[in-house]
Design a protein around this ligand. Structure first.
Ligand code: FES
Length: 174
């Protein structure tokens, strides 16, 4: 009598990806050998590629890594570095660490939120700029400091912030 084969969830044929984001997510998983232990690296790469980690790809990730959706969701929500929504075309990181605080970064953050009509972590209504707070950009001697894409600015006050935002369309999106 033929022995009945046990089937494991990992051996089941994978569902075809239903979106470009899923295709990208599955390709990244495959590049990491579909190892659950590589989930953080996979999520970082996915965010790097798409700008955020879409909720819609979590089931495909879970399936590819043979994890539960709850496990994957738990990791994505635990680490605040993972963005759950697409960001603006530009991301401005404003330093709120000690040296910048002593030079008025709180006022700068208030100004950024008011002028862009959003809150830290949010995006302006026109989708142009996302603002985020960070803790030390290594530019303490030129506080308050901000980072726009990979460009560092020092001694940024409200007026300079507005000038930088106004000039963003001339720069490379990041
Ligand atoms: S404290 Fe702001 S750059 Fe270091």
């Amino acid at each position: 009598m033929a022995k009945k084969q046990k089937s494991s969830p990992a051996a089941q044929p994978a569902k075809a990806p239903s979106s470009p984001a899923e295709v990208k997510a599955l390709a990244i998983c495959a590049a990491y050998g579909n190892k659950p232990s590589e989930l953080l690296e996979i999520l970082h790469d996915l965010q790097q590629s798409l700008g955020y980690v879409p909720e819609a790809v979590l089931p495909a990730l879970a399936s590819a890594l043979n994890m539960s959706r709850a496990e994957v969701h738990g990791i994505v929500t635990f680490y605040h570095d993972f963005k759950r929504q697409p960001g603006g075309r530009y991301t401005i990181k404003i330093c709120r660490a000690e040296a910048c605080q002593s030079m008025g970064t709180d006022h700068l953050c208030d100004h950024a939120e008011k002028s862009l009509k959003t809150t830290m972590g949010g995006t302006s209504a026109d989708g142009k700029v996302t603002i985020e707070e960070v803790y030390c950009l290594g530019n303490c001697s030129l506080s308050p400091a901000i980072l726009v894409g990979d460009k560092l600015y020092g001694r940024v006050d409200a007026k300079r912030f507005d000038e930088i935002v106004a000039g963003l369309s001339k720069e490379t999106a990041a």
